[in-house]
Design a protein around this ligand. Sequence first.
Ligand code: NAD
Length: 498
Amino acid sequence: MRPVVRTTSLFIDGSWSAAADGRERIVTNPFDASDLATVAEASTADVDRAVRSARAAFDVGAWAHAPVARRAAVLTATADALQEHREELARLETLDTGKTLAESRFDVDDSTSVLRYYAALATTEAGRTVDTGRPDAVSRVVHEPVGVCALITPWNYPLLQITWKLAPALAAGNTVVAKPSEVTPLTTVRLFELLQAGLDEAGAPAGTANLVTGGGPAGAALAEHPGVDLVSFTGGLATGRSVMRAAAETVKKVALELGGKNPNIVFADTDLDTAVDYALTAAFLHSGQVCSAGSRLLLQRGRHAEFVAELARRADRIRLGDGLAKGTECGPLVSAEHRAKVERHLAGALAEGAVLRAGGVRPDQAELQAGHFLRPTVLTECHPGMAVVREEVFGPVLTVELFDEEDEAVALANDTPYGLAGAVWTNDAGRAERVAQRLRLGTVWINDYHPYVPQAEWGGFKQSGTGRELGPSGLREYQETKHVWRTLNPAPQYWFAD
Ligand code: NAD
């Protein structure tokens, strides 16, 4: 048994504390359901204290108007610290989420790159001057921080998601209150410990970056709080709607990164071996608990029977296990409740006529019985009328639909309320570009699945969200735009006759 760590996890006004009412929550390891740590369960009083601290730190102006190089230095120092503690962070992420160590290492590296990207971008950011049409007046447009930002993140990519928000928010000169998912808060707590050193070194006011751990009520308190100017939320659609409603009361700016039901379109001219390989990664990476998971496979009729047979054969061979162990390809689902939800989706799909081609069951190995495992599952005979095709399952469940023509593939792919990401596989370059243009998605991969870079925007069309993370737009989310007009030698203009 690993020791249970008692974490003092609220970082408010520059110091660490427990919840005011002493409440705690136990965080468990999804691999074996053992207890990992206890964290503070923030109440609305703790959230209020964090927002007030962020408000005071923002309003004093020392951070918002600090030389941008100083803010960038905090991000760079945090990036360096992430790399210095890479293995420790990767292990912690794996223990908390169940994902493999290789995936966790990728997340630490991606978080590092995002911090470095925004450190560099912020220092090259400049406003612009605008022609006034008058020799006696100058006009400039500048970008300023929005104010106090609430950063609310989900459980599937804890370190990565908070970094995608924290880096541009701080680079732009905002102050923040972060709230990670109550299910997987541990790497966010560690990130704040590492961030603290950089903030202290830069002389940032206490309250520049605050952290509250807790569940939905703490998130709701942030979305409602009149002291918050912007809410950046990543999570499920239903929660996103409630955040938007809560934020409406004080007209906060809102950025939402919500779910997806992402099409992976494969034309028959594609190399079968490569497309099968990527279809597996698209659907089953992190056991399908990925917002951009390619959970809808759209196959062109032709070699589809051969394709499905190979897909099912290889899905059945995926090695489940402890994310920390060498050779594990897929970890467990994050919790017993989440697995039960995925299994309900599965039962519904079978009742609606889907045919099980792989998985659909819990693994039978003795060492996996305590964890929340489910075998990678392939369902055929699927169509958009089925709930399993329309709703985000967020687990290792891949549905297969068939099409004949390009137009039909595009229509099927767009027949969803979501619009996050997807892919098209074909050797016909013209067709690839045509399809990519017509897909109503924030990210389209051609002959690939899942890659992204900090320089390119990430976000959703339709009900997958509003706003963008990463890229220059990811910085703009955290900025207000101001026009400053200056008349050089003011004199009466006598618009109204004296
Ligand atoms: P969730 O919506 O249950 O929770 C997300 C966060 O919101 C958590 O921190 C939670 O405590 C908090 N929360 C809960 N109720 C709240 C409320 N009423 N007000 C404010 N905050 C509240 O989502 P989850 O189950 O943690 O994450 C899975 C979801 O996240 C999936 O739908 C997935 O697609 C989505 N996601 C999207 C992206 C993206 O980039 N678009 C990335 C990762 C995950």
